[in-house]
Design a protein around this ligand. Structure first.
Ligand code: PLP
Length: 361
């Protein structure tokens, strides 16, 4: 049996909630969605949650409701899933790519400063990604955003359950956007959510994701249909109950791999800085011998993934955006993710650990 890099199976508790919701005939928006919003907000230390159809639409709605539009610039990382930058483009704005820190692979605050200083009019927002589940340097980014009086948004699509000094990811920006795609740390099927403490912002997002509706048939602006279904919310509520356990298993698996790599000079374990709780959406090693490691793991029946082989500024879709991000480009050549998800059996984790320990180029 292959050890898979992601396993989107949903367990029995989720099916119970789903059957109840379906039997009640609630398929579109409804009370399950409100309860799910309140649950995620509460878990993440925010006062308001607005559920969306996926993580990309969460990002689009948050940026739009924060006033990001045509002609605006949003500083973000080029080393992320393309949806991060696409959300900026969906607002009609332009992403400004600042390079990542070579160790954490998250936005480098000094590169963010440089990128902002490169424009006379500055930028209009900072969009940080907690890559692989490791929180971005939010204190430094907060200071920069405050200096320039622009909002700081978290792309928390990979970081449910992560925290900084005990403060959960989702409560660290002016708005935080989650994805609940099946491979993420928790799922609703397709789904997403924006968290914020700003009531007016939450209202703006809720309206935008529902055709700009402010009242039964009153529409303040042209919005979208970006709503989550009750079925998704029913799965999400059951997943949320298990989130701490699911992330604890990811962290336990990661600790086994850290141990296995401690004496392997050819493969670097991912950073796990003190004071942060890494949610290990991915366990991503770096090595100069990626192809050899990948082949070795494949020979042992272990799937691997490269997230991401091409930084966003090197994608054809972003050919018109000028960016220098040598650290992101170097990382794209060296990263390799191994299975760390909570559906792995103990013996599968040991197989991965043994293969990592024994690898020599
Ligand atoms: C998955 C992901 C998204 C998009 O979420 P979808 O639910 O797939 O739309 C955005 N940003 C990051 C960093 C992601 O990993």
């Amino acid at each position: 049996m292959t050890v898979s890099i992601a396993d989107p199976r949903v367990g029995v508790p989720e099916l119970d909630g789903l059957i109840e919701t379906a039997a009640a005939g609630r398929l579109a928006d409804g009370p399950e969605v409100r309860a799910f919003e309140a649950g995620v907000a509460d878990r993440c230390g925010a006062t308001r949650g607005v559920a969306t159809s996926n993580g990309t639409t969460a990002l689009h709605a948050a940026l739009h409701a924060l006033g990001i539009g045509a002609g605006d610039r949003v500083v973000t990382t080029p080393f992320s899933f393309v949806a991060t930058a696409n959300a900026v483009r969906l607002c009609g704005a332009t992403p400004v790519f600042a390079d990542v820190d070579p160790e954490t692979l998250n936005l480098d605050p000094s590169a963010v400063r440089e990128a902002i200083d490169g424009f006379d009019g500055g930028v209009d927002a900072v969009l940080a990604v907690h890559l692989y589940g490791l929180p971005a340097p939010m204190d430094e980014l907060r200071a920069i955003a405050d200096e320039h009086d622009v909002p700081l948004i978290e792309d928390a699509a990979q970081a449910h359950g992560a925290a900084v000094r005990g403060e959960p990811v989702g409560s660290l920006g002016d708005a935080a956007c989650f994805s609940f795609y099946p491979t993420k740390n928790m799922t609703t099927g397709e789904g997403g959510m924006v968290l914020t403490d700003d009531e007016a912002l939450a209202d703006g997002i809720r309206s935008f994701v529902n055709h700009g509706r402010t009242d039964a048939y009153a529409h303040a602006e042209v919005g979208q249909n970006y709503r989550l279904t009750s079925l998704g919310a029913a799965i999400g509520r059951a997943q949320l109950d298990r989130l701490d356990d699911l992330v604890a298993v990811r962290r336990r698996n990661a600790a086994r791999y850290d141990e296995a790599l401690a004496d392997n000079p050819s493969v670097d374990a991912p950073p796990d800085p003190s004071g942060v709780r890494h949610a290990y959406h991915q366990y991503t090693v770096r090595t100069d011998h990626r192809d050899a490691l990948r082949d070795r793991l494949a020979a042992e029946g272990i799937d691997t993934g490269v997230y991401y082989p091409t930084p966003i500024h090197r994608q054809p879709a972003y050919a018109d955006v000028d960016a220098a991000a040598p650290n992101a480009e170097a990382a794209a050549e060296r990263v390799l993710s191994v299975p760390v998800h909570p559906q792995l059996s103990r013996s599968e984790v040991e197989r991965v650990a043994d293969a990592l320990r024994g690898f020599r180029p």
